[in-house]
Write a protein that binds this ligand. Structure first.
Ligand SMILES: Cc1cc2nc3c(=O)[nH]c(=O)nc-3n(C[C@H](O)[C@H](O)[C@H](O)COP(=O)(O)OP(=O)(O)OC[C@H]3O[C@@H](n4cnc5c(N)ncnc54)[C@H](O)[C@@H]3O)c2cc1C
Length: 409
């Protein structure tokens, strides 16, 4: 191995790729080696609905999301990458009783320079003809919001990172992170190889705890089932239709090649112990008794029909599911170990890792290089919950509950 490569990134999902890219942009590319045991973006990343939205209530998360828009502009403009971006804008719709919340969000976003304006009902329906006209009273439109092709965005980070000097090593299954005298020494692969390093960044997604917990760094998160459905194509789903967010029922939808992709946040999300998660997610089912997730929706499906009546008559062509890492407080997990020098972690996406990827990459690169950070990192501190047991049933339940509370934005 190239002895200069002393910064190891575990995981070639969108977080690992964005971190390598951001390190490369800071002139550190020649030091970076990404270790991926499967295919890049083959974990949660390629399964994402990939809404990329800045309009949120939490300023730290907005800052991360804004960075992703900056990163996409650089990838497209400077490197000619196609990230599959569809800037269709996002409609936030609600009943009169939800008006205050929608208005507060629009004001809050304006103070962060995020543009929005109100649409009347006919203007809103022109952007989302599938919405039942009587189902909403207010519609705020955020014109800059988009969705992307997650595999393309992740590949763009990775390809550009390699142009900037980083290397990717496939078939590299990390068994453990080496530590001696309070410093990382590198990683051990399952094939017996030891790769020395002075910096190790754990971006192993849903599997990150399997590498961290035994080092005394339990990560306050659990993989929780995320899911969405795609209808059959139909005339009421224009390809350039808007993303629609319905905070009252925690639902979202977006166009998908003449069909509608939608998700409704279910009442009782399913968390899984990461020890029971296979390395390859192909064919993995969270709940064998509810393989298409529909039962679990319960009243979510009923309330969705109020907004989207055709959901009861249209055929559903696809059901996509995968793990997202939820934390009890809804914040990501980004930072350094206090006990082990050179050990960093970046995970805990809370179902929005595509959206936050640019910010996660930048923040990790700043922390690793000791530069001032663009956002206060304390809120993302991996040790903020102390010495928890991330595999305990109660803890898994608290992470699942965090998904149930997540707003659709
Ligand atoms: C159904 C669904 C819908 C979603 N919708 C959205 C959305 O609309 N918007 C949004 O922003 N986000 C969305 N997400 C979330 C998004 O997909 C994730 O936040 C994001 O992909 C997380 O990226 P990651 O790199 O942390 O994890 P992953 O993509 O899972 O990458 C982790 C990588 O680490 C590798 N790895 C793990 N352990 C090891 C090891 N020991 N050695 C070597 N390699 C290892 C894995 O093989 C994997 O490739 C959705 C997720 C799902 C499942």
């Amino acid at each position: 191995m190239d002895s200069q490569r002393d910064v190891l990134v575990i995981g070639g999902g969108i977080f690992g790729a964005a971190i390598a890219w951001a390190l490369g942009r800071r002139g550190l590319g020649q030091r970076v080696l990404i270790l991926e045991r499967g295919q890049p973006a083959g974990g949660a990343t390629s399964r994402a609905a990939a809404l990329v939205t800045m309009a949120r209530d939490d300023p730290a998360l907005m800052a991360l999301a804004k960075e992703t828009f900056q990163a996409m502009a650089v990838l497209e403009g400077e490197y000619g990458e196609d990230v599959g971006r569809h800037t269709v804008g996002a409609l936030h719709v609600g009943s009169a009783s939800h008006a205050e919340a929608l208005q507060a969000r629009a004001r809050h976003c304006a103070s962060f320079g995020i543009d929005s304006h109100w649409l009347d009902k006919s203007q809103a329906l022109a952007r989302a003809p599938w919405l039942a006209p009587q189902s909403f009273e207010l519609a705020a439109f955020y014109p800059d919001e988009c969705f992307v092709e997650p595999y393309l965005l992740s590949s763009a980070y990775l390809r550009t990172a390699t142009l900037l000097g980083a290397q990717v090593r496939l078939s590299s299954d990390v068994q453990s992170i080496g530590v001696m005298h309070g410093r990382v020494t590198g990683v051990h692969l399952t094939d017996g190889t030891h790769l020395p390093a002075s910096v190790v960044i754990n971006a192993a997604g849903a599997w990150a705890n399997l590498l961290s917990t035994d080092l005394g760094l339990p990560l306050p998160m659990a993989p929780v089932r995320s899911q969405y459905w795609i209808t059959e194509p139909a005339i009421q789903f224009p390809r350039d239709g808007a993303i629609v967010l319905i905070p009252e029922i925690r639902a979202y939808a977006r166009p998908e090649m003449g069909a509608l992709l939608f998700g409704v946040r279910e009442k009782q999300p399913v968390a899984v112990n990461p020890r029971h998660l296979p390395k390859d997610l192909t064919g993995f089912v969270f709940d064998p008794d509810d393989a298409d997730g529909w039962q679990n929706l319960g009243e979510g499906a009923q309330s969705l029909a109020d907004y989207f009546p055709a959901v009861n008559t249209l055929g559903l062509a696809h059901y996509i599911t995968g793990p997202s890492n939820y934390t009890p407080d809804g914040q990501l997990i980004i930072g350094a170990s206090r006990a082990i020098a050179g050990l960093f972690v970046a995970t805990g996406c809370n179902g929005s890792g595509i959206t936050f990827s640019g910010g996660v990459g930048r923040l990790v690169a700043e922390l690793v290089s000791g530069a001032p950070t663009f956002v206060a990192p304390e809120v993302f501190d991996p040790q903020r919950y102390g010495d928890i047991d991330p595999y305990a049933v109660d803890f898994l339940a608290s992470c699942a509950a965090a998904r149930a509370m997540k707003s659709s934005g």
